[in-house]
Ligand binder design. Structure first.
Ligand SMILES: [Zn+2]
Length: 120
């Protein structure tokens, strides 16, 4: 699946992309980003040809290009996946106050990997 779709966990509107090879990742994976561009995001999304949506990590060495849009990786904002994180704790985890998205961003990488591992 590539293009507009829904998150299977929270059913929000997302955009399914194929990841491009990056400095630390081989690429070629499926990744959902939030449907609407978000300047606080860390993922550059563009259309490859006429059909495929591709995404990559924006880094200092590879800044956002004019033909790309910044999106937030969906695992960083998915409410279903936030709740799924502390699975192995017995007691219910109190709901944390909503943190600014900038604070959540670095952890998005870890969540993303967990997300991928769970799907493959
Ligand atoms: Zn979701």
């Amino acid at each position: 699946m590539n293009g507009p779709g829904r998150c299977p966990d929270c059913h929000r509107a997302v955009l399914w992309t194929r990841t491009l090879p990056g400095a630390t990742t081989p690429g070629g994976k499926r990744m959902a980003v939030d449907r609407d561009p978000d300047p606080a995001g860390n993922t550059a999304v563009r259309r490859d040809g006429t059909t495929a949506w591709v995404s990559r990590r924006v880094t200092e060495q590879q800044p956002l290009m004019g033909y790309e849009r910044l999106h937030m990786p969906h695992p960083a904002t998915c409410p279903a996946q936030q709740q799924a994180l502390p699975l192995d704790t017995a007691a219910p985890v109190p709901t944390a106050p909503r943190a600014p998205q900038q604070c959540v961003l670095p952890e998005g990488v870890i969540r993303l990997d967990d997300h991928r591992r769970r799907r493959t």
